[in-house]
Ligand binder design. Structure first.
Ligand code: URA
Length: 219
């Protein structure tokens, strides 16, 4: 919650600056904890996220891409951030990499995409599809953590290095951690390659298939 608290504090300071303040003694530290507690209801959380202006990405986005799927899913997929198509539709993984992700879910896990939950590290599109910055990822993190808390997946599949890194804070390269089952109290994490990497390197599909077979085993 501390990051969200800091972000809200920063937002208030920006507001004061816009109003012409150059200095304030009155740092808005009295943002009460209960006021920044995110809702435990997914629809209320979504509503709040759709109205988020806590980082720079909110200025250039068309739509917030909150995430979609079964809120009782056992398996959650976490990508990096929305691309152009997702930004215009407000839904995750809608383009070519989404098509590939859907095929992999259906053909390897043998479940419909809708029975999983799919979201991203950041909910708004980074301009020109650049990687989200650490501060953008950290600011958006409370929304993701609350989604995880509500959905309670058994397995989280992180797609690509950025998703793995920002979810776990582990700096190991994806090539080293890919396919590992990282056991946790509440969920296991299985890092794998991002579908857009697979579109550029089709030979890596075999490894991702192996990773998804591990997911299936654990389901
Ligand atoms: N890439 C991602 O990481 N997420 C999306 O939603 C789409 C493409």
């Amino acid at each position: 919650m501390k990051n969200l608290h800091n972000a809200l504090q920063l937002k208030q300071l920006y507001l004061l600056k816009q109003l012409g303040y150059k200095y304030t003694d009155n740092i808005p530290s009295e943002i009460e904890e209960e006021k920044i507690e995110l809702p435990k209801d997914i629809e209320l959380l979504k509503k709040l996220t759709l109205d988020c202006h806590l980082c720079e990405l909110s200025k250039s986005r068309q739509k917030v891409v909150f995430g979609e799927g079964n809120i009782e899913a056992d398996v959650m997929f976490i990508g990096e951030g929305p691309g152009a198509i997702e930004d215009s539709m407000g839904l995750p993984f809608m383009g070519h990499s989404g098509e590939l992700l859907t095929k992999m879910i259906e053909n390897v896990l043998h479940i419909p995409r809708e029975s999983t939950y799919i979201c991203n590290i950041v909910k708004c599109r980074p301009p020109k599809n650049r990687e989200p910055s650490p501060s953008e990822a950290i600011t958006c993190r409370p929304y993701l953590l609350k989604q995880i808390e509500i959905i309670k997946p058994k397995i989280i599949v992180t797609l690509g290095a950025t998703a793995y890194h920002y979810l776990t804070n582990d700096e190991n390269p994806i090539s080293r951690v890919r396919g590992a089952v990282i056991k946790g109290d509440r969920y296991n994490i299985i890092p794998t390659f991002h579908p857009s990497y697979l579109l550029r390197n089709p030979s890596a599909k075999r490894e991702v298939m192996q990773d998804l077979l591990k997911v299936k085993e654990l389901m």
